[in-house]
Every structure is written in C-alpha cells, then in structure tokens.
Design a protein around this ligand. Structure first.
Ligand code: ATP
Ligand code: MG
Length: 401
C-alpha cells in the first residue's frame, strides 16, 4: 500500500554551508545501496527529506519494501525512515486513505489487548485550513466512527502500539504507520578516506564501523606472518572486511606479511620489547600505505589499558613512530561495549573464530608495559636494514579487492 519511503536526517541538516554536500552524499549512498535490490527506484532529495519511489510509479511490492528497509537500517546519516503513501493536500483524501490503511493495520495487530493508538500530525503548509491538532482530532474521530471507539485505546505516549503519522506539506501530504530508526551518524564519504588496521579481533572491526559512521570511507590493512601464521589468518580478515563493506562502497584490503621484520626483531632485539617494536613497524607501514593510497588518517581498535601494548606509555611510544593522525574510536571502551557493537554489526561471529594472529609470532612471554621511545629507537637501530625491510614489505603488499 506504500508508494514511497521517506528518509529523515538530523545532524547533516545542521551543517550550514556544507549541507548541500552532505545531502548529496546521502542521496548518492542510498542510490548505490539500492542497487542491491532487484527493483528500479528513484531516489530524490526534496526539502530536508530523501524520497525513494518506484521508478515507474505504483506501489512497492511487500518483499521489495522489506529489502529496502533492511538496507536503510545501515545507511549512515539516516535518523529514521517510513514507508508512506503520497497524497494530495486535501483533508478528505488524507482521511479516506488513512482510514483504509488504519483498518488494515488494526486487522493485522497481533497483541492480546486492544491496541494503543495515536495520531501524530505535522503541518508545514501554513495555508492548510486545519492545524496539526485539528488533523489529529479529525482522524481519531473519523476512525472511531469507522471501526468503533472500543477497538482501540488512545495513547499519546511513545509507547503506543500503532502511530498514524501525517505530514501536510505545500505540494503534497503523506500518511504512514511505521517509523524505523536509521543508524544516525554522517553519510560515508562526507569525511576523507582513512586506513583501518584490521586484525581478526573484536575491536578493530568495531573501530572501522565507528569511523564509517562519522563519514569516512575506509580501506583496510592487515598483517599476517606467513609461514608462521596459516592462510586462515588472512581468510578470516577478508570475511570481516566483506561484512564491514555493507556499510560503505567496497573498501580495499591490503595484506602485508610482517614475518621478515619479526624475524629481524627476534634475532637482534630485546625479547620483552618485541611487541612494541612490531607495532611501531605496523604503524610505519600503515603510514606508507596511507600516503600512497591517499588515506588521511589511520584507525585502530586500541583501547586504553587492554593489553601490554596499550598502556599510555607504550601507546605513546608506538604513536611516535609516525606523524599521521591515528584515530582510536575505542580508546575509552570496555570489552563488553565493543562486543555489543560487534554483535549488532555482524562481525562478532567472524571475530570469534580462533586462528593464529600475527602479533603472537615470537611473542615474548612477559612483554614490557612501558618502553620509553629512546629505548625503542635504540633497539630498532640494532636491526640491519630496518628501512629496507619495511619498504620490501610495502612493495610486496597484496590487494584483496
Ligand atoms: P583487536 O580485537 O582489534 O584485534 P586487540 O584488543 O586484540 O584488538 P591488539 O592485538 O593489541 O588489540 O591490537 C590493537 C590494534 O592494532 C587492533 O585493534 C588493530 O587495529 C591493530 N592490529 C593488531 N593486530 C593487527 C594485525 N594483525 N593486522 C592489522 N592490524 C592489527
Ligand atoms: Mg588483536
């Protein structure tokens, strides 16, 4: 019964001069996301809303509407959306259609008690003869006349089971029943591209998601240590990257083999410092890739205090290996909070599969929790051809599109 889906956004509407860019980005992203549905649609922006309609008019088939709803739930920048019926600016038209639709919705109500019902009307068309309140009273009264006043209970709160939404605008009006929440945030692409250090763990996929939510598309860089880690180590990350790409246009996965560097650290440096030295090298390689690929920041899933390499002292020493901005959206998150997001975005299951991690190759039994930067530099100076080893790793990176 619906001939459009109306999409609402909040935050981007407040962005002043950038508003146009943000809206265009949102429309582009919705258009792109809709390509996954086998149904021709047009997506337009009209006065602070985005509209999705069947390309050739008519209504949405039910299964197509479900697919559209599923996709929109993951489009960053959207606050909410509603499948709606487009009508003329005429109270008789609104009333007749709303009552027909309400009858169907009441018929399908599955609760054991009678449904709590409300009407929420908005009128941006100030020439319309009825106020919002008038419209609400008109519709409730008419509905009671049609189905009987004992069929529902008026409930103006947000707990109402059924909300009839009405919007009267200058050129048209809208009637709808369902309002779904979008994920909020900013449209992906409204901030510069970044590079996420993606491991097979729980945290880094969540970090990537949070950065996409704030408008940056991301590529991914993962490290393995073949032959000391099996091919499954990279397969797992490939699966996670694919899952994350539901939230953006395909980000590329760069795959780097850290083993040569790790061997050099094993053979030349103090055992307790290995982890910090690995991570400084990871950052340096990430910076080289980011500069080459025009990514403007590096993203990690680091959380303060989580492991020995994530103490303030070690994070500082690791950070000083590079100049580029490092974004750490999880720095203040507890593991349980990260897990909750990972469940929601569909990466938890993939992250839970146990495979060997690159960081654990030749890992010290008791890693140092505080490596001053001058000490790290001293250890690195012991590695013959440090820069060349890293350059070779970068040159050998594989791109897993
Ligand atoms: P995660 O759950 O994301 O693996 P973690 O809690 O296991 O994080 P670490 O292993 O210390 O923590 O890693 C911290 C961050 O460093 C990760 O979130 C990720 O951004 C990056 N990282 C760690 N290992 C790798 C790897 N093998 N490849 C790419 N990035 C990595
Ligand atoms: Mg990890």
């Amino acid at each position: 019964m619906y001939d459009c889906v109306i999409c609402r956004y909040h935050e981007i509407a407040t962005k002043g001069n950038n508003r146009n860019m943000f809206e265009k980005c949102l429309v582009d992203n919705i258009r792109h996301a809709m390509r996954a549905v086998d149904f021709k649609m047009k997506v337009r922006r009209i006065r602070g809303r985005v509209w999705i309609e069947p390309e050739n008019g008519g209504t949405f088939p039910e299964d197509i509407l479900r697919a559209v709803e599923n996709i929109l739930k993951d489009v960053f920048g959207l606050e909410s959306f509603s499948p709606a019926k487009l009508l003329t600016v005429d109270m008789d038209d609104i009333r007749n259609t709303a009552l027909d639709m309400a009858e169907k919705v009441f018929g399908g109500f599955a609760g054991s008690e009678k449904p709590h019902f409300r009407v929420r009307a908005r009128r941006s068309n100030k020439r319309f003869p009825l106020t919002s309140k008038d419209i609400e009273i008109d519709l409730v009264t008419a509905l009671a006349g049609r189905v009987g006043s004992d069929v529902f209970k008026i409930d103006l709160s947000d707990d109402a089971d059924i909300t009839l939404g009405v919007e009267v605008r200058d050129e048209f009006s809208l009637v709808y029943f369902d309002t779904f929440r979008g994920p909020g945030g900013l449209p992906v692409g409204s901030n510069p591209r970044v590079l996420t250090l993606l491991s097979g763990g729980i945290d880094s996929p969540v970090a990537a998601w949070q950065i996409m939510k704030r408008g940056s598309a991301t590529d991914y860089l993962t490290f393995h240590s073949s032959p000391y880690t099996p091919p499954e180590t990279v397969d797992k990350v490939r699966g996670i990257a694919a899952e994350l790409n539901r939230f953006q246009r395909k980000g590329r996965l760069f795959v780097a083999n850290l083993a040569e560097f790790q061997k050099a650290v094993r053979d030349n440096c103090a055992e307790r410092m290995r982890t910090v030295l690995y991570r400084r090298a990871m950052f340096r390689i990430a910076e080289m890739v980011a500069l080459r690929e025009d990514c403007k920041a590096i993203v990690t899933g680091e959380a303060l205090g989580q492991v020995a390499s994530q103490t303030v002292a070690n994070m500082d020493t690791i950070n000083r290996a590079i100049d580029m901005l490092v974004l750490r959206p999880l720095v203040g998150a507890d593991k349980l909070e990260a897990i909750a997001v990972a469940e929601r975005i569909g990466t938890m299951k993939l992250s839970s599969v146990q495979v060997p991690d690159s960081c654990t190759v030749f890992a010290p039994s008791s890693p140092a929790t505080s490596v001053p930067v001058d000490l790290a530099l001293k250890e690195e100076a012991k590695i013959p051809g440090y820069a060349q080893i890293l350059q070779k790793i970068v040159d050998d990176i594989e791109i897993n599109a």
